[in-house]
Structures are given as structure tokens and as C-alpha cells.
Ligand binder design. Structure first.
Ligand code: ACO
Length: 151
């Protein structure tokens, strides 16, 4: 799926802090107050494990972040030491929704996972997004379980 002219899918850069990265994530959930220094620490932690954490963004023609997505690549013992890709933290800025940016983010992350040798890509989503992920080629499988420690 081609992006609108001037838009680009790329890896997250630490300078995206000043290009609306966290504001875009707010389309998904609460982000809270994260200083530039704190964000630098998060970015550094991800960068220590580049095979595992693969955060990406789509930027518009002005270089502003308009979509986010994380691919996590998990090395397993099962399936002869196979790899599973996990997609997390997909968000498209409200004003940019409906332009196929979400679809491009998911197909691009899936394609990276496939090239890296993942035998499957999995993700959790709320029921109202099932239709979106079906349009991205995913099928419903199993159920999400959670135990929370933050309440
Ligand atoms: N339900 C059903 N279909 C949908 C939905 C939905 N919620 N959202 C989009 N679609 C359809 C579109 O109509 C389009 O269909 P078409 O090809 O027939 O025209 C197709 O899916 C592709 O849509 P996009 O334009 O790529 O969608 P968009 O860029 O708006 O991104 C997204 C969708 C990511 C759900 C966006 O609305 C968003 O950021 N929402 C808020 C945050 C969120 O819920 N993120 C997902 C969390 S799950 C996770 O992170 C793993």
C-alpha cells in the first residue's frame, strides 16, 4: 500500500521525541509526562537490544510522526528455535486516520518479521479493532488473558 506523497515509514529516532511521537501514541492510551531525558533512557534501553525491540514510525511530508508501531521479535526454544513477532503500540494520529497508515504500518512490520524468519506474527487488540486487523490479513485466534499490577 503506497503512503501519501512525502510520507515515510522508518525506524524510530530519539529526536522523534520532538516530532510528536508521544502525542501520536496518545491516540492509543495514556502516555503520561515523559521528559526528553526520560525518553532518551527508554530509547537507549530499546537500542541495547535491537534484534528484540524494533520501534517504527510513519512521518508526514513535514517530518512529523503520524503513526507508531513496535515489532518485538522473540526467540523461542519451541519450533526448532523459531521466532515469533509481536506487534504492539499501534497508533495513528486522529487527524491522519483513514488514510491507510495503520494498514501500511501493520503490513510493513509484518514483512520485517517475515524477513527476519518469524514463523508467525501475533497481537492483542480490543474487539472494535478486529475488523481493522482482518483487513490487514490477520485472523482471530485464541483469547487474551491479563493479570494487572497497576491498579
Ligand atoms: N474496525 C473495522 N475496520 C477498520 C477499523 C476498525 N476499528 N479501523 C480501520 N478500519 C478499516 C478501514 O476502513 C480500511 O478499510 P478499507 O481498506 O476497506 O477502506 C482498513 O481498515 C485500513 O484502515 P486504515 O486507514 O489503515 O486505518 P487507520 O490508519 O485509521 O488505522 C487504527 C487504524 C490503527 C485502528 C487507528 O484508527 C488508531 O490508531 N486507533 C486508535 C489506537 C488503536 O486502537 N490502536 C490499535 C491498538 S491494538 C495494538 O496496538 C496491537
Amino acid at each position: 500500500m503506497p503512503l501519501p506523497e512525502g510520507y515515510q515509514f522508518r525506524k524510530l529516532e530519539v529526536s522523534d521525541y520532538n516530532k510528536n511521537y508521544l502525542e501520536t501514541l496518545k491516540a492509543l492510551t495514556t502516555v503520561g509526562d515523559i521528559s526528553e531525558e526520560a525518553f532518551g533512557g527508554i530509547y537507549e534501553e530499546w537500542a541495547k537490544y535491537p534484534g528484540l525491540y524494533q520501534p517504527h514510525v510513519i512521518v508526514n511530508e513535514k517530518g512529523v510522526v503520524v503513526a507508531t508501531g513496535m515489532l518485538l521479535v522473540e526467540k523461542k526454544a519451541i519450533h526448532e528455535g523459531g521466532k515469533v513477532g509481536h506487534i504492539e503500540d499501534i497508533a495513528v494520529a486522529e487527524s491522519e486516520q483513514g488514510k491507510k497508515l495503520g494498514l501500511t504500518m501493520i503490513t510493513s512490520l509484518s514483512s520485517i518479521g517475515e524477513k527476519l524468519g518469524c514463523y508467525k506474527i501475533i497481537l492483542d487488540c480490543s474487539p472494535h479493532n478486529i475488523g481493522f486487523y482482518e483487513k490487514c490479513g490477520f485472523t482471530h485466534s485464541g483469547a487474551e488473558m491479563v493479570k494487572r499490577f497497576d491498579q
